[in-house]
Design a protein around this ligand. Structure first.
Ligand SMILES: NC(=O)c1ccc[n+]([C@@H]2O[C@H](COP(=O)([O-])OP(=O)(O)OC[C@H]3O[C@@H](n4cnc5c(N)ncnc54)[C@H](OP(=O)(O)O)[C@@H]3O)[C@@H](O)[C@H]2O)c1
Length: 261
C-alpha cells in the first residue's frame, strides 16, 4: 500500500512524525500512544503525573517514548519541546460529575478548556516561527467530546467542553490560515468528537479505548477535520451542522488582527 503523504509537501510521509500527547497516562492517551507507535511515530508522552509510564505493544514489548511532565497554567514551559513536535494531541481532561464548588468550576474550565486553548495558541506560535522546509504541516488534534452538543450527565463537564469547542470554532480559521509572506502553511486542526468509552474518567463507557484510538487514526488518515467516533447516529448529523453554523456565525462577525510574530 502506498504511504500517505503530507498534502502540503507530498514528498513528506505522514508517518514517522514526532507526536506529543497530553493526558498520556490516561486510558485514551495510552491507547493513542500504542496506535501511533504502530504507525511508526516518535512519541512524547506529556503527563501531569510523576509515575514513570510503561506502555506495552501487542507483543508485550515496552514502547519507546519520551516522558515529559507539565502542569496546567505552565504551558509556556513547553515551548522549546513543541518546536520539535509535528503533531500535538490535546487529550487531557477531567470530569467532576455533580460537584459545583468554586474549586470544581475553576478546575474544570482550566483543565478541560483554557489549558488546551493556551497549548493550541502556543503550538501555533512556535510552529510559525520555525523553518517550514522539510517539515510536515504542523497538526493538532483537539479532543472535545460529544458533550459539546449533548448531555453528559455532568453539567461542568458539558460547560467546559462546550467552551473548548466554541473557542476552537472561533480560533481555528485564523490558526489554519497560511501565511504567504513566510511560507507558513497554517496549522492543520482536527476536532475529535468522541462518544462514551471505558476509561478512568468514564468506567461505564460502551466503546473500548483501543477501538476509539484506531478509529481516530483511521479518520485522520482520510484527512477528516471532524473526527467522530460514537455509537450515537445523531452526532454524525448534528456535529457537522453545528460546526458549520458556528463557522458561518464567526466568519460573518469577526475581524482579524495580523498574526503575532
Ligand atoms: N471516556 C469517555 O467516555 C470520553 C468521551 C468523550 C471524550 N472524552 C475525553 O477524552 C479525553 C481522555 O479521557 P479518558 O477517558 O482517557 O480519561 P482518563 O483515563 O481519566 O485520562 C485523562 C487524563 O487527563 C490527564 N489529566 C487529568 N487531570 C489533569 C490535570 N489537572 N492537568 C493535566 N492533565 C490532567 C491525566 O493524564 P496524565 O496523568 O498523564 O496527565 C488523565 O489520565 C478527555 O479529554 C475526555 O474528556 C472521554
Amino acid at each position: 500500500m502506498a504511504a500517505v503523504s503530507d498534502p502540503i509537501n507530498p514528498a513528506l510521509p505522514l508517518t514517522g512524525r514526532t507526536v506529543a500527547i497530553t493526558g498520556a497516562g490516561g486510558t485514551l492517551g495510552q491507547a493513542l500512544l500504542r496506535r501511533l507507535h504502530r504507525r511508526g511515530d516518535r512519541l512524547i508522552a506529556l503527563t501531569s503525573g510523576t509515575t514513570p509510564l510503561e506502555i506495552r505493544d501487542g507483543k508485550g514489548c515496552a514502547i519507546p517514548l519520551r516522558q515529559v511532565g507539565w502542569a496546567v497554567g505552565q504551558e509556556e514551559a513547553l515551548a522549546p519541546l513543541l518546536a520539535e513536535v509535528d503533531l500535538l494531541v490535546l487529550n487531557h481532561g477531567i470530569n467532576v460529575h455533580g460537584d459545583r464548588s468554586v474549586d470544581s468550576v475553576e478546575r474544570s474550565l482550566e483543565v478541560n478548556a483554557l489549558s488546551l486553548w493556551r497549548l493550541l495558541e502556543l503550538f501555533a506560535r512556535v510552529a510559525r516561527s520555525r523553518p517550514t522546509v522539510s517539515r510536515p504541516r504542523p497538526e493538532v488534534w483537539v479532543n472535545t467530546s460529544e458533550a459539546e452538543i449533548q448531555v453528559a450527565i455532568s453539567p461542568l463537564y458539558e460547560i467546559s467542553k462546550r467552551l473548548l469547542g466554541q473557542l476552537l470554532s472561533l480560533r481555528a480559521p485564523v490558526l489554519e490560515r497560511p501565511d504567504g509572506a513566510t511560507g507558513f502553511p497554517g496549522l492543520r486542526i482536527r476536532r475529535l468528537v468522541l462518544g462514551p468509552f471505558r476509561s478512568n474518567l468514564n468506567p461505564v463507557g460502551v466503546m473500548g479505548a483501543d477501538f476509539v484510538a484506531n478509529e481516530i487514526v483511521r479518520q485522520a488518515g482520510w484527512n477528516c477535520s471532524l473526527i467522530i467516533v460514537t455509537p450515537n447516529p445523531f452526532i454524525y448529523l448534528l456535529m457537522p451542522l453545528t460546526t458549520l453554523g458556528r463557522w458561518l456565525y464567526v466568519q460573518s462577525l469577526c475581524r482579524d488582527s495580523p498574526p503575532p510574530t
